[in-house]
Design a protein around this ligand. Sequence first.
Ligand code: RTP
Ligand code: MG
Length: 157
Amino acid sequence: EINFFFPKEHTLAVIKPDTAEEHREEILGEIQSKSFTITRLHEMVLSREVAEEFYKEHRDKPFFSQLVDYMCRGPCTMMILTKENAVEEWRAMMGPTDPSKAREKAPESVRARFAKDILENTVHGSSSAKHAQEKIHFIFGDISSESEVISTGEDNG
Ligand code: RTP
Ligand code: MG
């Protein structure tokens, strides 16, 4: 592996509830084919409290209670993905929040192919390395012994 000069970065990726099993498998296959390391993978049903805390940046948005309902509806696949530039690369793989925009701008993206609408949009990804570090700690606890985490960049939820 050629990783002497490129520091690895972690991101938190989530396959949200209601995603069909075959789509889950396809997403996992694509993550691996793009050479992310799946550092952690944990399937869990979020409580309302955990979902509210996870998306607390959005608590004042009109869609917040629908978002929490959606996130608690079934099992989420929670993952730590590790690679240089992981945050940006996973966001690029996901595509825009709204699948109609995703189909226009990024037709190969996960949301373009599998999302139902702007709310039920299949996947989550941290929007910055700082956000990733915070959410990884919230979901998985302390992983600092495993590999380096970069903590720079903007955080807009
Ligand atoms: P995410 O945090 O889940 O990766 O999504 P994102 O950055 O692309 O979008 P964000 O603005 O952070 O929104 C978080 C999630 O809230 C739901 N949403 N619903 N009904 C609506 O207008 C609306 N807008 C956002 C989506 O599930 C979105 O992923
Ligand atoms: Mg977001």
